[in-house]
Design a binder for this molecule. Sequence first.
Ligand code: GDP
Ligand code: MN
Length: 384
Amino acid sequence: MDLYEYQGKQLFAKYGIPVSAGEVATTVDDAVAAADRVGYPVVVKAQVQVGGRGKAGGIKLAANADECRTHATSILGLDIKGHVVKILWIEQASDIASEYYASFTLDRAAKLHLGMLSAQGGVDIEQVAAESPDAIARIHVDPVDGLDEAKCREWVLAAGLDAAANDGAVELLLKLWHCYVAADCDLAEVNPLILKPDGKVHALDAKVTLDDNSVFRHPEYAEYDATQVRDERETAAHEKGLQYVGLEGYVGIIANGAGLAMSTVDIVSQVGGKPANFLDIGGGASAEVMTGALEVINNDPAVRSIFINIFGGITKGEEVANGIVEALKRVSIDAPIVIRLDGTNADEGRAILEPHLSDTLQIEPTMVAAAERVVELAKSRGGK
Ligand code: GDP
Ligand code: MN
């Protein structure tokens, strides 16, 4: 789960990381009122979950209420790489002596945490990594040992920040490390991390990704979940408790189990089709679950045909078949459906489906045959 900058900064503040005081606003009037309280000069910052807001005109300095009004008006509604700005963060402007880059993330290949620190901050870190990789000081941190002050100082010295920033950077980075671990972040990035003319080190931006698997120990994350921007199809599916990922194609996919759902996506691609989604209905295949899944897929206008791929394990073939038959009584589906049913009691399940088969509800004996059939149907109905 990605946080907005303001949420990341509020999280940082809980861990004692210095950030600028500010307020959220969603209208121009609110932005000006917030700026009056925060105190000029302020920075008007677009809140979208994508980087490069500065270059896109989403970050503007305002010296007074008139400027704040002008900037809030131009930034609200601005489209930044496909993300329309609906929220502003108005914060006290900072004086900057130097801009650095700092982050902690997980290095899966090394099975260790990775800290990156660079004196070349404020700019695109991917560009720094590509053009001058030596400008980034990297540190691997063992999750058991953690990061101690001595190791942190060594890292800071290796990055070659301004000497005046060293002590403040060590202090801030130890807090950032603590935040990264305690808040279960997958990423905690500060770009720019700044040195102010008065010698203080400060987080001027915040990019935080939380580990969704840790939500059970952070009930307070529900508030972040509420502000997540999701694909509409994904929202509808998550509300029904389905594991759904929207894709670009035209063959709707329903499968039981994440592995089978992924294989289904693969095989549809392999036979020349394009999957519209990944949808795992999980272990059971009750009429209720199947109805929900079909509704979600049916609401996707790109879908031209639907592939229901079920392998009965604990769930028996006849339960799956009854679930499908019952679901089709509850929802009217536009696209033709191709079923592949195998596993425990598959024959019994197929016998139940038999009387219901038609041009729009077909069954195939194997996964490959079903994939070929469903792609052919989709193409004959304009899928491309
Ligand atoms: P991003 O472009 O989405 O990464 O947004 P940032 O929050 O990192 O801001 C981009 C740039 O705007 C920073 O690198 C700074 O150069 C500048 N900026 C942001 N806030 C301030 C501020 O308070 N004072 C000054 N002088 N510049 C700022
Ligand atoms: Mn930034």
